[in-house]
Design a protein around this ligand. Structure first.
Ligand SMILES: [Zn+2]
Length: 93
């Protein structure tokens, strides 16, 4: 059996000072550029996205062959990248 290697990062367990983001239903009809993403080996995948000059994090939860998509608040793109790093550090979720 070959060893499966994960090429994308995994979101770690939340740290004790982890902040909760607000998550909203996805906006439709937008041209979204996906900048970065977490590993798809887990049921929950996060993507760093940009649209209309703003950045946000998209969360997709897969269960029973369906997907539930939620989006973080919109930020300036620089702020979104800071939030993405915080997500990958277990500081926000
Ligand atoms: Zn993985």
């Amino acid at each position: 059996m070959p060893v499966t290697r994960c090429l994308s990062p995994h979101v770690p367990l939340p740290q004790s000072r982890c902040e909760r983001l607000d998550w909203y239903g996805p906006r439709l009809g937008e041209r979204v550029r996906v900048i970065a993403w977490t590993c798809t080996c887990l049921a929950t995948v996060y993507e760093l996205c940009e649209a209309g000059g703003q950045g946000f994090i998209r969360r997709t939860v897969r269960f029973d062959g369906r997907r539930e998509i939620r989006e973080s608040p919109r930020w300036r793109t620089a702020t979104a990248r800071v939030m993405w790093t915080a997500l990958l550090s277990g500081l926000v979720r």
